[in-house]
Ligand binder design. Sequence first.
Ligand code: ADP
Ligand code: MG
Length: 434
Amino acid sequence: LGLKTHLTSTWADSVCNIIKDLPSEEPFNDYHLRNLNLKTDSFENKDNDDLGTDVLKIQDDLAALYADLNTLNSCRRQALNDYLDLKGNIRVFCRIRPITEGEKFGSLRPVVAADSCNVVLRLSESKTKHYCFDKVFHPHSSQVEPDYVVLVTEKLTAEVFSEVEPVIKSAVDGYNACIFAYGQTGTGKTFTMEGQPDCPGIVPLAIEALFKQAADSCHSFHFTFSMLEIYMGNLRDLLIPQTAKSTDSVAQCLSVQKDPRGGIEIDNLVTIRVSDFNQAKRLYGLGSRFRSTASTNSNETSSRSHCLTRISMTCFDAPERRRETNKLWMVDLGGSERVLKTKAWGKRLDEGKAINLSLSALGDVINALQRRKSHVPYRNSKLTQVLTDSLGEDSKTLMVVHISPKEEDLCETVCSLGFAARVRSVHLGNVESI
Ligand code: ADP
Ligand code: MG
């Protein structure tokens, strides 16, 4: 403001405009400096020595400000990742599905109660079981007008995403990250990950946030998009149109390999460079459609496969980033219901067994990481093999365990929460004994 009084109002206004334009997260970047240089050039040509000196001073001041802000930014980055380290690199949330309109008319006895971090299950009149999470997302009321349900749902998705956002920031900072939706079929995993047209889920919101944060930073990023499904222990590329017949031959082309730098690569996986949010969103829509049309009975199969969406990012001009290239995986896991308890047989039984095995392998890996065991059993399933370099070390892991509020699902709810408690064990000591 002091300098403003020395300058012509036009020049002061253009400086103010540049400052006003600064994005809040990464307040200064090369674009603004270049813009400033251009404007100072045109002023210097006016042969006004005083003005020229002031302009140079402003340029110096702004360059110093720019350096300060860059330092501030790297402090912000450090603080965020320290904060996530403190909270734990593995965080587990629970989301309770609301009772649907149709279910309201059945005989309902509330079996799940929750506050912001705790879930209590009523197992019988006299017996309850208690679980604790990093956060619980619960339907505030199941007996509400339909219009209100929509509002609550949107709010909850926003709440879920606000917990996901720090992970997205870490991904922009070069950390690997995995976000999982776990739970029995019908508890809202796809609702949380994919969402619905009027209520987008974590994947589209995360992709949008990634592109936005990358654009606001002073660095340039390359993004690539891939999407695959793991079905009966086989990998299927979801960016290649498939028929039920072609899947076996396609599946054989994809294989998990270690790359020379110790990372994991999936040979022959289609990886498409994306330069904006809409391209990535279109590919995600395509992959989701291929997933549901690849089989004759789409709903059934989609609940018996894991759907993995991967965004890889490379940034060449930020040496302080954790990694030059890193990955964000978003995984809609297959239904966790125990197949032996259902009356499945034949192919259904095999599919169910494959899902149960891989989910238990995932639980073992996360548990070993939580307990900082020296051996982490990544090799026990395709799912954990694919995610080997993105689970553990300094990677960020977030799991949303979904449960149903219905009494008839109580057994599965106990199993899902048991899995979640095991995954989260390090924070609480021996949770299973609660
Ligand atoms: P899953 O993928 O676990 O099998 P879905 O995501 O397909 O389950 O959800 C089953 C049904 O419940 C869908 O019709 C979905 O729209 C609805 N649903 C799930 N979670 C919610 C929620 N939080 N709010 C509103 N509807 C939900
Ligand atoms: Mg689903």
